[in-house]
Design a protein around this ligand. Structure first.
Ligand code: ZN
Length: 112
């Protein structure tokens, strides 16, 4: 299991990947706001994607925006060398947790 202090690039990759996915998904969600005639192509989005975007509710979007912010903040911490430590208590966050949730700023205890 890669450790954030020994292999920060591994987590940098994970975070970049996550940011890209979240940005793409939010772009689709935002494009879905303009309810254009369904058969017209909305940019490069397919009709299916536009319909999916419309069904994505505001709460989901907010959650994704929050995760995106967290992921960007995590990248900043990676640059500062504080990544992998809980932002509340300062304890190391287990690498297994970071592997699943690389954007998390909190250890298991503080996330409760
Ligand atoms: Zn903590």
């Amino acid at each position: 299991m890669p450790h954030p202090k020994e292999d920060p690039d591994h987590f940098r990759d994970l975070l970049h990947e996550r940011i890209e996915k979240l940005e793409a998904s939010l772009a689709v969600a935002n494009a879905g706001d303009d309810t254009v005639a369904p058969d017209n192509a909305i940019g490069r989005l397919s009709r299916m994607e536009a319909i999916q975007a419309q069904s994505m509710n505001a709460a989901t979007r907010l959650k994704q925006e929050k995760r995106l912010k967290r992921a960007r903040a995590a990248l900043d911490r990676l640059d500062e060398g504080t990544y992998g430590n809980c932002t509340t208590c300062g304890d190391p966050i287990p690498p297994g947790r970071l592997e699943i949730m690389p954007e998390t700023p909190l250890c298991v205890e503080c996330a409760r």
